[in-house]
Design a protein around this ligand. Sequence first.
Ligand SMILES: CC(C)=CCC/C(C)=C/CC/C(C)=C/CC/C(C)=C/COP(=O)(O)O
Length: 292
Amino acid sequence: MPSPRRTIEGRPLGSSGGSSVPGSPAHGGGSGGGRFEFQSLLNCRAGADPACARLRASDSPVHRRGSFPLAASGPAQAAPVPPPEDARMNLNPSFLGIALRSLLAIDLWLSKKLGVCAEESSAWGSVRPLMKLLEISGHGIPWLLGTLYCLLRSDSWAGREVLMNLLFALLLDLLLVAVIKGLVRRRRPAHNQKDMFFTLSVDKYSFPSGHATRAALVSRFILNHLVLAIPLRVLVVLWAFVLGLSRVMLGRHNVTDVAFGFFLGYMQYSIVDYCWLSPHNVPVLFVLWNQQ
Ligand SMILES: CC(C)=CCC/C(C)=C/CC/C(C)=C/CC/C(C)=C/COP(=O)(O)O
């Protein structure tokens, strides 16, 4: 006799019509990964998805006993029954999903708490002008124009080489941040004021923070290519850190936007270092310059 497929609560599959159950994670609650998995199973339409078929098969008592060949004599023999390891691999992403959703909730909560200069009327609203000054110090325009200016004024080949690579680094950063922002499309926090100066269209998105990537990239670049006294080196690192923090305090970003921005900027420097432009590997750039 065909045995009804059952959920962990003992209801036959399909009895709740695939809608989410209050209290289950699928309904916005969070009462455990096992229930969530079975809720996902409820939402599967028969025969619609091979992954669902595998989940259903792994839930069958026949399958749980490990009597793999016996499955062929049961009512579910239409679909081939895969080994249990395969089914377990399908269960894992939900646990990852729950972990990611928890991280996201902590991120939103912490970012709201730290957004103390988001408005003039906020708790630290009086330091907002200072935070906006910091914002300008990490903006793409002053960095690009400043590098171009120094490049044109430079009279040593060593200086030109370093500045050429800084320009390349800044442009690579703009490109990568724009591509990721465009792909992820995470909205800026709701408490952000739309008063940022000179932005690109992708800058309506917040992940990753362009200021954080630039801060990490530029500070690593400076520390590696300028000979600076220790206090100045500390100042450079401090600037990068405070600039990142100010993005969250101004309400421009969530904490994860800035954290990922720092990581991306740090990695971007490794790319620039790897592709270092010099008269040896791109002579054309330097020969053209020499002819001017
Ligand atoms: C001057 C040269 C060589 C090229 C110009 C290239 C160009 C299109 C520059 C645009 C620079 C620009 C407007 C950058 C935006 C910086 C910004 C507001 C980023 C957002 O930062 P976030 O931390 O809020 O994500």
